[in-house]
Design a protein around this ligand. Structure first.
Ligand code: NI
Length: 148
């Protein structure tokens, strides 16, 4: 968990600088009409942070809570495309900073508590944290177009 936490902290701080250098045209461009723009991918990462905020907190005192979200509907409903990119970047940064705070406060004995995220089997708190980072890096690579 400590390694994952360190990796998450480094990833968000390194990425923050680079996100600010992306042009607004680049943020709005779309590879295909049905695909998310870079701005919408960043929005999806905010949704991921928001939903995982719920998971990482509630799983610590609720038994196997069901916390799922329809990612396309979340992105579509919020019209990220017409939101301020600077606001989105800062929200993304601060949301992630708060998640690192939550992760740093997790008692070890809670790591095996489980959450129902819609997969065939429930997942553990430790798995959630690792998967959160994996998912974050996957989409940051899509935004920045290179490996982190
Ligand atoms: Ni995703």
């Amino acid at each position: 968990m400590e390694i994952t936490l360190k990796d998450l902290k480094e990833t968000i701080h390194e990425t923050h600088k680079r996100l600010k250098n992306i042009s607004s045209e680049d943020w709005s461009s779309r590879n295909a009409p049905t695909k998310w723009s870079k701005k919408e991918i960043l929005g999806h990462l905010i949704d991921s942070a928001a939903n995982n905020h719920q998971r990482l907190v509630r799983v610590q005192f609720e038994d196997n809570p069901a916390i799922r979200y329809d990612q396309d509907k979340w992105v579509m409903t919020q019209d990220y495309h017409n939101a301020s990119i600077n606001d989105l970047i800062e929200l993304w940064l601060n949301y992630n900073k708060h998640l690192t705070h939550i992760i740093s406060k997790m008692p070890k004995e809670k790591y095996e508590r489980t959450c129902d995220v819609g997969k065939e089997e429930s997942v553990t708190l430790e798995w959630l944290v690792k998967d959160y980072l994996r998912h974050l890096k996957h989409h940051l690579n899509q935004i920045m177009g290179e490996l982190l």
